[in-house]
Design a protein around this ligand. Sequence first.
Ligand SMILES: C[S@@+](CC[C@H](N)C(=O)[O-])C[C@H]1O[C@@H](n2cnc3c(N)ncnc32)[C@H](O)[C@@H]1O
Length: 360
Amino acid sequence: MAERKNTEFDRAGGYAAPKGGIAVMREGTSRLRSLPIVLPGDEMPAHEVADAADKPYFTASEPDTRLYLGDCRDVLARLPDRGKVDLIFADPPFNWEVPYEGWKDGMPRDAYERFTYDWLDACIECLAPHGALWVNIPDDTAAEVVMHLKRRGLAMINWCVWHFRFGQCRDSSFIASKVHALYFVKDAKQRRWNPDAVLEPSDRASIYGDPRTMAKESNKGMRVPMDVWYGPYWGRIQGNNGERRHRHHNQIPEVYLERVILSCSNEGDLVLDPFCGSGTTATVARAWNRRAVTIEFSAGNAESAWERITEVGMVRKGASQGVSTAIAPKRRSLEVESVSDSSPAGRRRGPQATRSRGSR
Ligand SMILES: C[S@@+](CC[C@H](N)C(=O)[O-])C[C@H]1O[C@@H](n2cnc3c(N)ncnc32)[C@H](O)[C@@H]1O
């Protein structure tokens, strides 16, 4: 397929966004709906929905927050919010034999793929027409998730990477230091998108002192984050990390959920997480005044997560916003060294010098 070049120079400094490439990708994806694509997990029988509690295990109000106990494939099939969910974030078990309480994390590969397609389909049924689905998934299943969502007709907006730098040491291959954060929507034209809520200082401002960034009409010195996510507070939650909930495995950092929730939902929206774990999604959603529904298989995990969601709360609110992720030292200062900071604290302070938080 021929690449169409975008010749609209619509960015400061005379640059054009590569709209042609994205349009070609979306056209190609729409064809997948009608092709008979068979993935290995398709050979297994689909999950037969079993009885599940249709009442939440825990509820809280202001904003409405609910935790359901059970297998998410069963709970999602009966959820009263089907078709009305604005944003889903899913961080499933990776089938890496993690000793989750109650859940067996070591299925034969084809059964795991079938499990994956079943919960993905159940999530799609729950999404509102403008809804977004984010999936946190490692290298070994990312391709299958992408193919399944494309053949179901969802549009990929971003394939982000969560990059971490601690705790994966090995010498038999390159060290694993990422998980994929896949961002899909039902309808690219209707999706929620709030870039101003997640801005960070640009490299032009932080490193190069390029005055063109201060010539922009708004958000001077700031940019939407790139699609590789790292920085202070973005590490894996381990050791004595202040966010850590000790009984849980694979807890995701609050900054990750904060970026997803602020950019892809509005206040009052409904955010769903089918794999609650320690409750990171509902904790962050509640802190930012979103309604939340979450599902957990293990009663013990659910109790602990609920304590976090309703009593401990978010401990790093605003930490994902307005922080430079520059990896090179500053080469030149801006003459007027001030960039806007969109974090809540920044909005109170007004324009500030470029900040960069120290590492933990
Ligand atoms: C990777 S962890 C989620 C971690 C979470 N994102 C956090 O930040 O704490 C997966 C969680 O899903 C739960 N789980 C596994 N299979 C499930 C299922 N079929 N339905 C609901 N929960 C499930 C596990 O018990 C575990 O707590």
